[in-house]
Design a protein around this ligand. Sequence first.
Ligand code: PRX
Length: 633
Amino acid sequence: MSHKIQTLSGYFHEYQKSVTNPEAFWARIAESFHWKKQWDKTLEWNFEEPDVKWFVNGKLNITENIFERHLYTKGDTPAIIWEPNGPNEANRIVTYRELYEMTNQFCNALEAQGIQKGDRVIIYMPMVPEAAVAMLACARIGAIHSVVFAGFSSSSLADRINDCEAKMVLTSDGNFRGAKQIPVKAVVDEAVENTPSIEKVIVLKRTGEEVVMKEGRDVWWHDAIQGQSSEYTAKEMDSEDLLFILYTSGSTGKPKGVVHTTGGYMVYSEYSFSNVFQYSQGDVYWCTADIGWITGHSYIVYGPLLAGATTLMFEGVPTFPHAGRFWEIVDKYKVNQFYTAPTAIRALQVYGLEPIAPYSLDSLKVIGSVGEPINEEAWHWYHDHIGKGNCPLVDTWWQTETGGIMISALAGITPNKPAHASLPLPGIQPVIVDAEGNELKGNNVEGNLCIKFPWPSMLRTTYGDHEKCKNVYFSAYKNMYFTGDGAKRDHDGYLRILGRVDDVINVSGHRMGTAEVENAINEHPKVVESAVVGYPHDVKGQGIYAYVICDMEGRTEESLKQEIKDTVRKIIGPIAKPDMVQIVPGLPKTRSGKIMRRILRKVASKDISNLGDTSTLLNPEVVDQIVEGAGLK
Ligand code: PRX
């Protein structure tokens, strides 16, 4: 039974039902899935602890809802269309039956290598069908996957492995990324030197480059599946059993392992996918994210496959070998729904309209945006030149923690408004609150964005540290989940997301904790202290600006700046490399020693018009020196 909303009045009707009786609403949707045992109770919750359980005591396996549920009707339908990084390499089209068999075979391989229900498995892989196979096989045998974006450094990888005490890493020899080849196995080798829990590393041959295989620990993927049966009976999982952990940055120095569980995540990822993108059977859907992020989990793998959709997976980058690659792929596969990030749009906008011209984009029915606020200029460019003015543009607001899209237009059903995520999905109850936590009702209000009622795919905890989950998300406002974002409800009642209100910056749609970058900078032996802020960046949305106090002996300013950038690249990965480093004599501090980030943010964004009263600072003179050092005086 499809739960796809078809009309605007249908949306309002469903929304009303979902808030009047959320349990009945979600139970009806969950019934369309295959459960080995029906749940006893739809929802148990309190936001104090927090303790949230959906479909209590229900038993299922999420992959049976992808495979067994679809095989009769969709065995020969493409599940994954894979486009390689290099346009001259052959593509791959993997049908539901083939994906099922590959997954089963890999389930048997994982078990043969010692993985059991409940074990944690790290996936550090390129964008190839085997990465989806790896996730699905973990889910099918009941292991908990944690995908780590393959651009993270060895020490970031090691931190994540150690935090969840993973037993295995799944990786490749190397990755192709545009014109570059990245020696991924070497990164894993370095990481696992410091991870006592790792027993096995399974290596997919992708680039063919030479790698060192450690006897007894490292196994080639092709050897691991050799002789394994392509039949496997999915393990029975409890609705609240962990499905995956995904690490994300927050305002604390260390990334948190966001935990998602099986039943609720399944129901919501499919429901939101089908409704937001208005997917129809036979459509080709393409999300350009990486599986290392939540978008790749929910809207490349789980949501589309649960819906029986054809999901396109692209290994490469938007500008290789030319700036029209995205549009070439849309034309090649007649893509119907296209979902990308504002940073990609802005990067491509720079090349003008020429790269688009050779390709037909007529197949597109829906275009989408995710990851950061989309500025109006990029919205119009995307809408006019890619959507040709007649595709709904869904601006989807959500987070790693929410598991699925929370606020967005439903394509072609609810209205679009530039730069507005617009309306909540059925079942989602957003509220805007003031600093004291009072709900700001009505239109034309602005404040912090919270959610006041549970939804099926919400995070359940942060792995190994439930207190952290409670403190970060459920303590700021009583009985509410706090998103960390500011929002405005405009005069028409549409929601506009204003960006983070905490110490998190959003660089090219990737979340970075300022404290995390500072910790990395401080590892450099010459660094005394640092402060990192975000500033507006034309392509990335926000750039990383680092103010650093250094011991300059034996260094030039330029060499030191470069060393600091390299340190961050090495410790976290290239995505965290500061765009700007300013060496400063001091940092503006309050008398209690707190860094005045507001001043640093203003200087970084070249706005010194209103720095406020600096006379109460511990060291007011430093503000002038910083302004001067930034070249603004
Ligand atoms: O600030 C919001 C921004 O991205 C944050 C979540 O980042 P992450 O967990 O990495 O997930 C990104 C993909 C879902 C949010 O707190 N964000 C995400 N989507 C939007 C957005 N900001 C404005 N508009 C959006 N559509």
